[in-house]
Design a protein around this ligand. Structure first.
Ligand code: JCF
Length: 678
């Protein structure tokens, strides 16, 4: 049967939505929806494609496993693909799994399974040569992943050397890197205290930590490993069963989850699931289900694979926790750039171990689509530590009289007009920095650690200064006097003097930081650093046309337009002029990045030549740039270092002739992984 036009349309819509979630999840580490919702979309698409095989296209998200590798990490090709697991969402799916296995194997006695908790972390492949850890790679799309050796090496439960090196000259260990709930909470508490970005859940925190460029920062993150299998193993004898494999992993010195068990038949699987579901809340880490594997490896081989998932294993997922509560009201929040988001105030209700009293609705389209009204009974879901969301309204429970929520026409904070541009889902307050809500948040951002880094100028103080009318814009910060500060709550003489000194100190900054601090929409830290590096001077950036801006690598049309619009506003130019007159300055032409701790190569130009053993030349160059350095293709007297791999050719000779210092690959790796440089 051929799919109808509307079914085709639905499949296309699902694909687009899933791709966008994939990007947010795998590339940005910033999921927009809970896993359960993602799974639901994938399932709906897979079901449609199964029903109408004509809908399947090679680039459908159902046809691959994961996301793209980020460009700044060297790519690692997995010689043996890293498998993903098929999902089971109900007992019936496990029953069907067990039945398929019986049918394929032509057996009717109970199958022995190896069962384990399914960790909600990041899949990893660890390569040990002669017992020594030489490489750690993420799954990526299953075939090509990212080299994260530099951060994995800092994880204490990852042995740098196996205890029994003689087992095989090459052993690949597969496992899951995760962060304990306690470690995650502590990390977020620290991030909050210093005004940094917090992570939505332990898995994102683990993924973000692995992808840290700076291993020293990663080392401070409480990551751990549980190993669950093998990848490639040269000349070694593969264990005869999954359970024997786990025992071998243990004897090699790897951490294996003590809750792994051998269970008998379907009944054993179902019973194990119930037991783990009961223990789940008490475990120190997040699990999102359990994994069953046919224990006998010979049977595994006989069963084989479908696409990227083995026929001999399945992940039985826990359902996301959902509860009912009542919407007490819908309020509007004004963000830093004026974006107005509806927030549903809920009758407080416990979900998954925390009390939930509000849920953000992403925008007014979502509010209208879900038709959420005050007085409604709603289904609230919280998966992992993702912000709770309203799944749906229960129509039967809607009060006889209720009214849909209209988007405000005026900003609830400053009364300015609310504008919604054609084709955009966000409504914005047009008040700009006239709006106290925007002003406070813009100032918070300006003073934050990664921006102007004004120690002691936090959220509460900014609110007071704005409310007292002392600070209207960023320039006013540099006009503050100690005696004015003394009028603020909980401000003693000492701290006032200290703060004035911190404000004065912040005047010396970098162009990248300054640009980031301005809070231009679309310009985050990385973009600010890119712009600073490219233009070198504020004048040329502020005069650049949209076309010129789009010509810069990594700058898209939205960013180019935002930058252009920002500098076109007279009040923005005025504040910038005031800031500079008040002494805010940076080294001229400095393409130094805004990130602290990433500036190891700041002011240096490096040339990479020859074949590197641990990464491609392009990846090495990307790392240098990410750490603040410049890269060049040829050696000159201005070259700071030549990084030299195998078979270097003429560049090495030229460097020697010019007296340019030469770094071996090992020396280079030591530098990027935390060593010093004079
Ligand atoms: O804990 C996990 N997330 C987990 C993932 C455990 C396993 O035993 C897995 C896995 C992904 C693939 N095994 C395979 C084959």
């Amino acid at each position: 049967m051929d799919p109808t036009a509307s079914i085709r349309e639905r499949a296309a819509q699902l694909r687009a939505e899933i791709e966008s979630h994939n990007f947010r999840y795998y590339v940005l580490d910033q999921p927009a929806v809970p896993d359960a919702e993602y799974d639901r979309l994938m399932h709906e698409l897979a079901d449609l494609e199964q029903q109408y095989p004509g809908l399947v296209v090679p680039d459908s998200p159902t046809q691959r496993v994961g996301g793209q590798a980020a460009p700044q990490f060297a790519q690692v090709r997995h010689n043996l693909p890293m498998l993903s697991l098929d999902n089971a969402f109900a007992d019936a799916d496990v029953v069907a799994f067990d039945r398929r296995i019986h049918e394929r194997l032509g057996r009717d006695d109970a199958i022995t399974y190896s069962a384990e908790p399914k960790l909600d972390g990041v899949a990893i492949s660890l390569r040990y040569e002669k017992g020594v850890l030489v490489q750690a790679a993420t799954r990526g799309d299953g075939t090509v992943g990212e080299d994260v050796t530099h951060t994995v090496r800092t994880i204490r439960s990852v042995p740098l050397r196996l205890r029994a090196a003689a087992v095989a000259p090459l052993i690949e260990v597969r496992g899951e890197i995760y962060m304990s709930r306690e470690g995650f909470e502590a990390l977020n508490a620290r991030a909050r205290a210093s005004g940094e970005k917090t992570f939505a859940n332990p898995r994102n925190a683990a993924a973000g930590s692995l992808r840290q460029l700076d291993p020293q920062l990663a080392a401070a993150r409480p990551l751990a490993l549980y190993a669950y299998g093998f990848g490639q193993m040269d000349k070694g004898e593969l264990p005869p069963s999954q359970s024997a494999g786990l025992a071998l992993l243990r004897s090699l010195g790897l951490r294996v989850n003590p809750l792994c068990e051998v269970v008998r038949g379907l009944a054993g699987c179902l019973e194990y699931y119930v037991r783990m579901a009961t223990r789940r809340a008490q475990l120190p880490y997040d699990i999102d289900g359990v994994v069953y594997k046919v224990d006998d490896c010979e049977l595994q081989t006989e069963l084989g694979f479908v696409a990227r998932a083995p026929r001999w294993a399945i992940a039985r997922k826990f359902p996301a926790e959902e509860v009912l509560t009542v919407v007490e009201g819908v309020e509007f929040q004004v963000g830093r750039t004026g974006a107005i988001t509806p927030v549903a105030r809920l009758k407080p209700v416990p979900v998954g171990g925390v009390t939930v009293s509000n849920a953000t609705v992403h925008n007014f389209d979502e509010l209208r689509r879900k038709d959420i009204r005050p007085g409604d009974t709603v289904i609230v879901r919280r998966a992992g530590d993702v912000i709770p969301e309203i799944v749906a309204v229960v129509p039967e429970r809607r009060p006889a009289v209720s009214r849909a929520v209209e988007p405000p026409v005026q900003c609830p904070v400053c009364g300015s007009d609310v504008i919604r541009q054609e084709g955009q889902v966000v409504a914005r307050c047009s008040g700009g920095l006239v709006c106290p809500a925007q002003r406070k948040q813009a100032l918070r951002h300006f003073a934050s650690r990664r921006a102007m880094d004004i120690d002691g100028l936090g959220e509460k103080l900014i609110d007071q200064l704005v409310d007292a009318g002392l600070v209207k814009n960023a320039a006013d910060i540099y006009r503050l006097q100690a005696d004015q500060l003394l009028d603020m709550e909980r401000m003693g003489e000492k701290s006032a003097v200290k703060l004035v000194a911190a404000i004065a100190r912040s005047r010396n900054t970098s162009l990248g930081r300054f640009l980031f601090a301005l809070g231009i929409p679309e310009v985050g830290e990385a973009t600010a650093a890119t712009l600073a590096g490219h233009f070198g001077q504020l004048e040329s950036l502020s005069e650049a046309s949209e076309e010129e801006l789009q010509g810069v690598a990594d700058i898209g049309p939205a960013t180019a337009a935002a930058v252009r619009t920002f500098f076109a506003q007279a009040h923005n130019r005025d504040v910038i002029g005031d800031l500079r007159r008040l002494g805010v300055s940076w080294p001229d032409g400095a393409g130094e990045p805004a990130r602290v701790g990433h500036g190891r190569f700041a002011g240096k130009t490096l040339v990479v030549t020859g074949t590197l053993a641990h990464m491609t030349r392009e990846a090495a160059q990307a790392r240098i740039r990410a750490m603040g350095g410049k890269t060049a293709d040829s050696v000159s007297s201005r070259t700071s270092y030549l990084v030299c791999g195998e078979k270097p050719g003429s560049k090495l000779k030229r460097a020697r002739d010019l007296g340019v210092p030469v770094l071996t690959e090992e020396e280079f790796l030591a530098l990027i992984n935390g060593g010093g440089m004079q």
